[in-house]
Design a protein around this ligand. Structure first.
Ligand SMILES: [Zn+2]
Length: 196
């Protein structure tokens, strides 16, 4: 691959595809920078820099997945990956390289470190960390959907293995990913009582 090649990914952020350089660093457009939050973009860069993030981005690219990313301040959690319809799941199993559309919702304003609290080692320390965790967690769900695997995912050993690997690569290996609601809320609850 030429050094300056840009990979136009199947990730749509601010309505436009995210382009990556050959090291999988995202190269955002002016519009994407104006229309999305810093935390969302920094979080994407962090996740894309991990070996597991790379693996998923390359997989989505190779298998015709198109993923629309929506920021929503009203989302009750840091992120969510709605289950696609049965037709998409069946198509994912029967035509693994056929075009498939998915969606993730991120809330970059959801996470706030409570005042006078300090993060534990291996936990979230900033909104960008929360978004890195959300990208990693929700794209993992998409990865399973793209293999035709419907919910629930959290109880699967293969899901938890992948989760623990990518969380550790992000330097946040103690962040759990179990129930979708708890995924968001436990992150907050864990700070209570640990403040100075
Ligand atoms: Zn989940």
């Amino acid at each position: 691959m030429p050094v300056h090649a840009l990979i136009v990914s199947a990730l749509l952020l601010g309505g436009r595809p995210v382009r990556f350089d050959s090291a999988l660093r995202p190269q955002f457009t002016v519009e994407q920078i104006q229309n999305t939050s810093d935390a969302t973009r920094i979080g994407l860069a962090k996740w894309a820099a991990t070996p597991h993030g790379r693996k998923l981005i390359e997989f989505f690219q190779a298998t015709g997945c198109e993923i629309t990313v929506i920021e929503d301040d009203a989302e009750r959690g840091i992120g969510r990956a709605p289950e696609p319809g049965i037709a998409t799941l069946v198509a994912a199993s029967t035509h693994p390289s056929g075009r498939k559309r998915f969606e993730i919702i991120l809330n970059p304003t959801y996470y706030r470190l409570p005042k006078d609290m300090r993060p534990l080692a291996g936990q979230l320390a900033s909104p960008a960390d929360a978004m890195a965790i959300a990208w990693a967690g929700e794209m993992l769900h998409i990865y399973f959907y793209a293999h035709g695997i419907s919910l629930p995912h959290h109880a699967r050993a293969d899901f938890q293995d992948e989760w623990q690997a990518v969380a550790a690569e992000l330097g946040m290996g103690t962040v759990p990913h179990d129930d979708d609601d708890e995924f968001a809320h436990s992150v907050i609850v864990r700070y209570v009582g640990y403040g100075r």
